[in-house]
Ligand binder design. Structure first.
Ligand code: ACO
Length: 375
């Protein structure tokens, strides 16, 4: 159904703002079903993966067929642990890192991973994001980075490297998060990664492109502002007034709306369930969750009133904010944690593009003045 549209766009050189509705790649990795609010990752719906498999198992699922040989999940997890130790050796505390937003610091450090197309490079990149983010956070807090513990589970080790003695439920919550955000079709950062991979630049370059696209507030940079919104709304009773004033100023409500989903983003519910499970550990997460749910309802009501013809529902970022806050990450680090999970999707797409795709090189339509053709 969609393919003829691609051909028509190429032939007539017409333009679709934001490439809305355009099919730019075929993939075996995932389907984002916007009408039914369903995410399928390599044949399985998200709800059969989130809170069920670990992040290294998700990596195995995404990498299958793109690396040969690909070790079994247990061996892959062990190699990822070794790669974390290697990444820590590459970490060099540098004064310039202190002033950078955490994701920018992680991106600068990840650029030290030599480009390549093999599994070693892929694992180094997954390890780099996981090791560099906690190290940068500690450095910026005036603390020494903590070295990874290679045999430890990936999610538990990430929390440990932030200085946290995590409970099993917290480890499970971070694993759920990383699995939930690992892969999501041709989102802006994955598209950027595929464009770079299509030039045969290598996996590091592709992942760095993905990170650069991820940081914007319309994509992976939204959850920090979600916390700012929750903090600015001092009481649930005052929520509607605050939200209406923000919309009057022409602002977007962070954590709502999506290019593809016309119903609720299924990832929002996976993450909300993870926050709810965490609230059983106490620590005030239950009260924060109840407050956020009231703000969510008010925001959805305000958006329905303002945009009756544009379905705007809760997206992944709203409950990402609550989950990562409950795990003790500062809002400035949220996009960096997103990158730890999404790096798996970027790498899988980059490999798929390299193995089966052509150079991505669309056209632009010139709308400026033209000098007369020479006679
Ligand atoms: N709050 C208020 N209005 C909104 C919102 C929002 N969150 N989202 C869309 N709209 C409005 C737009 O202002 C626009 O109104 P108009 O037609 O009167 O100008 C209309 O809905 C359509 O908006 P578009 O920008 O065309 O929608 P698009 O598909 O390009 O945007 C996006 C999707 C960027 C996610 C948007 O919904 C948004 O900005 N949301 C807030 C930021 C956010 O939560 N980002 C995270 C997304 S999930 C992810 O990337 C991991």
């Amino acid at each position: 159904m969609t393919m003829p549209k691609v051909i028509m766009i190429c032939k007539e050189a017409s333009m679709t703002s934001g490439l809305d509705g355009l099919v730019a790649a075929e993939t075996v990795l995932s389907e984002v079903d916007g009408a039914n609010g369903r995410l399928i990752v390599r044949g399985a719906p998200l709800e059969r993966l989130a809170n069920v498999i670990t992040f290294p198992e998700m990596v195995h699922r995404l990498f299958a067929g793109f690396f040969d040989p690909l070790p079994e999940p247990v061996e892959l997890a062990s190699r990822l642990g070794e790669a974390r130790a290697e990444a820590f050796q590459m970490f060099a505390a540098d004064r310039a890192l202190l002033a950078l937003p955490p994701l920018d610091a992680v991106r600068a450090l990840t650029a030290r991973v030599p480009d390549g197309d093999g599994l070693d490079t892929a694992l180094r990149l997954l390890a780099a994001t996981a090791v560099f983010l906690p190290a940068v956070l500690r450095l910026q807090a005036g603390q020494s980075p903590i070295a990874p513990d290679p045999p430890m589970d990936h999610a538990r080790d990430i929390l440990r490297m932030t200085g946290k003695a995590a409970t099993d439920r917290e480890v499970r919550a971070l694993d759920t998060y990383l699995v939930t955000v690992a892969e999501h079709g041709l989102n802006a950062s994955t598209f950027a990664a595929r464009v770079v991979a299509s030039t045969r630049a290598g996996l590091t370059s592709a992942a760095l492109a993905g990170m650069s696209a991820l940081k914007g507030p319309l994509h992976g940079g939204a959850p920090g502002p979600v916390i700012e919104m929750l903090d600015a709304i001092s009481s649930a009773a005052q929520a509607m007034e605050w939200l209406e004033a923000a919309l009057d100023r022409g602002e977007r409500l962070m954590g709502f709306g999506h290019r593809i989903y016309r119903v609720r983003d299924p990832r929002a519910d996976a993450l909300k369930a993870a926050v709810r499970a965490l609230s059983r550990d106490g620590g005030g997460h239950g009260g924060r969750l109840a407050f956020a749910e009231r703000i969510e309802s008010a925001a959805l009501e305000a958006l329905r009133r303002r945009k009756p013809n544009r379905p705007l529902e809760t997206n992944v970022e709203f409950y990402t904010a609550l989950l990562l806050e409950a795990l003790g990450f500062p809002p400035s680090a949220f996009t960096g944690v997103f990158a730890i999970g999404r790096a798996a999707g970027w790498i899988a797409h980059a490999r798929e593009q390299t193995l089966s795709g052509r150079l991505i090189r669309p056209q632009s339509r010139y709308i400026g003045p033209r000098p007369p053709l020479a006679a």
